[in-house]
Design a protein around this ligand. Structure first.
Ligand code: SAH
Ligand code: SF4
Ligand code: F3S
Length: 481
């Protein structure tokens, strides 16, 4: 893959990336922090680093020199958990030689596995759930006092609104801003509502302030993060009752508008949209602002209405098609991507064909594709039989991937021959003398550096491509998009 190829937003990705911040003289202890799963977890790691930095920890990339090792874990599919367990066994061995080393589990596996990790397998000293990170300094002290420490309480209020994240692995150009936490949707396959608790939105003023601070620090793109950004709401409850009559109600369309107004040179992206909640006013705000990128990630999961019903997604195939029509009506050039699950409970061959046919109609720029993995406590686990044989799930996944590969390559090719406004992100991993950046459509472009700088915009004429990357040169011509 090309340098800087899209980080997966709310799907599992980026396994085990160690993160690092510069050490300061007052920081006497060292933290090694490894993050798994979705971008929400990576964003949380930046909050953890901030909280622990205040407690005297600097981060390190070298696990050998760490006093504290934390794994921010993902539970979305079984193989995600297996990877973490294997890693914890390695650290357990390391602890043999370094008795003072503290090893802890954060994130989405914490809630579910606290007993087995702490008591049965004795793999860790510390287990902390996603809403309890403020308690981390105390819990670490508790471990130093000779006890195991646990806090997996989920909260209805915690949004870490005023904590200024320590930007880890930062390129200084693009950053993520969490706008909400948890999820109330209860899709039947999904473990997130159990690992991250109830949905709550963050104060819009703190979000806009964070965007402003990032812009002032030289950042030029923010991605607003939530499991279902379309259900962002401030000052109004789920039943539509306004909490404070004196204050404005802020929904997602209004929030995008506010963030887009921070500066025309600050690009705004967001993830993840939900087909059942995505309204036209969001699309209209996107269309109004040049700096809101013309790209929507709209997970479909399946192209068949009966499967969607069993998945408890809250929409039908027809509803989804209508939402995509609205996107293309309001923003004819908007790029789209999706998530798809193969082999969900009871999926027939005909139902699988409906997914393939929907893909043919949509021709997505990009897709994250998975085979169904049963998760403990979910509705699907309690209600349906996980009855599609593993080899059938895999074969269907291969078919889905093969279709997507063709569509992605066609989409990339269709971008060749035009000039794009590109935000320069950094040096291409493959070629030292080239930069990479993205178009508004989120497609990666590589081009000779000339005298451009990361964090600035350049117009790039695209003359060639690989299946996923555009190849171009900087031009003085005005952009087509
Ligand atoms: N909140 C986002 C997605 C979060 S999880 C949304 O609603 O779209 C990211 C993706 O992982 C999901 O879209 C889904 O495609 C996949 N996923 C979630 N649970 C899964 C499971 N049990 N098995 C396989 N894939 C799953
Ligand atoms: Fe999971 Fe559904 Fe919530 Fe996404 S919207 S996090 S898939 S329950
Ligand atoms: Fe994200 Fe994995 Fe948790 S996808 S929300 S880290 S279960």
């Amino acid at each position: 893959m090309e340098a800087g190829d899209k980080k997966e937003l709310l799907g599992e990705s980026f396994q085990g990336t160690p993160t690092v911040v510069p050490s300061q003289p007052t920081h006497t202890r060292k933290l090694y922090l490894e993050s798994y799963g979705c971008q929400m977890n990576f964003s949380d790691s930046e909050i953890v680093a901030s909280i622990l930095s205040d407690a005297g920890f600097s981060t390190t990339r070298e696990e050998d020199e760490a006093d504290l090792i934390l794994l921010n874990t993902c539970a979305i599919r079984e193989n995600a958990e297996q990877r973490v367990r294997a890693r914890l066994r390695q650290f357990k061995q390391a602890k043999g030689a370094r008795p003072h080393l503290v090893v802890g589990v954060l994130g989405c596996m914490a809630e579910r596995l606290k007993e087995s990790l702490l008591e049965q397998e004795k793999l860790v000293d510390l287990v902390v759930g996603p809403d309890a990170y403020r308690d981390l300094p105390n819990l670490v002290d508790q471990v130093h006092g000779g006890q195991k420490a646990v806090n997996v309480l989920l909260s209805r209020e915690e949004t870490y609104a005023e904590i200024s994240p320590v930007r880890l692995d930062a390129n200084g150009v693009t950053a993520f801003i969490s706008i909400m936490r948890g999820c109330d949707n209860m899709c039947s396959f999904c473990v997130v509502p159990f690992t991250r608790g109830r949905e709550r939105s963050r104060d819009p003023e703190s979000i806009v302030r964070e965007a402003q601070e990032l812009f002032e620090a030289g950042y030029r793109e923010v991605t607003l993060l939530g499991q279902n950004v379309d259900s962002y709401k401030w000052n109004i409850d789920n039943k539509g009752v306004i909490k404070d009559e004196e204050q404005p109600v802020v929904r997602f369309a209004e929030l995008i508008d506010r963030v887009a107004h921070v500066n025309p040179d600050l690009r705004v992206r967001f993830s993840t949209s939900h087909p059942k909640d995505m309204t036209d006013d969001v699309l209209e705000v996107m269309a109004q602002h040049e700096n809101v990128c013309k790209y929507i990630h709209l997970p479909v999961q399946s192209g068949n209405s009966d499967v969607l019903k069993r998945m408890n997604r809250g929409y039908t195939r027809e509803w989804y098609l209508e939402r995509m029509e609205s996107i293309h009506r309001i923003m004819p050039d908007c790029a789209t991507s999706t998530d798809i699950i193969s082999g969900f409970c009871g999926e027939t061959e005909a139902e699988h064909q409906d997914t393939l046919s929907l893909m043919e109609m949509m021709s997505y720029d990009m897709a994250y594709m998975f085979s169904y993995s049963e998760r403990p406590r979910t509705l699907a686990q309690r209600k349906y039989e996980n009855d599609v044989p593993e080899e059938v799930k895999k074969r269907r996944l291969q078919e889905i991937m093969a279709v997507q590969k063709v569509h992605a390559a066609n989409r990339t090719k269709s971008y060749v021959g035009r000039t794009y406004r590109v935000l320069v992100e950094g040096t291409s991993k493959k070629k030292e003398d080239q930069f990479f950046g993205r178009t508004t459509y989120n497609t990666v472009v590589v081009f000779p550096k000339e005298d451009a700088q990361p964090g600035t915009y350049v117009n790039v004429h695209v003359h060639d491509c690989t299946p996923v990357t555009l190849i171009g040169t900087i031009t003085q011509d005005s952009e087509d998009a």
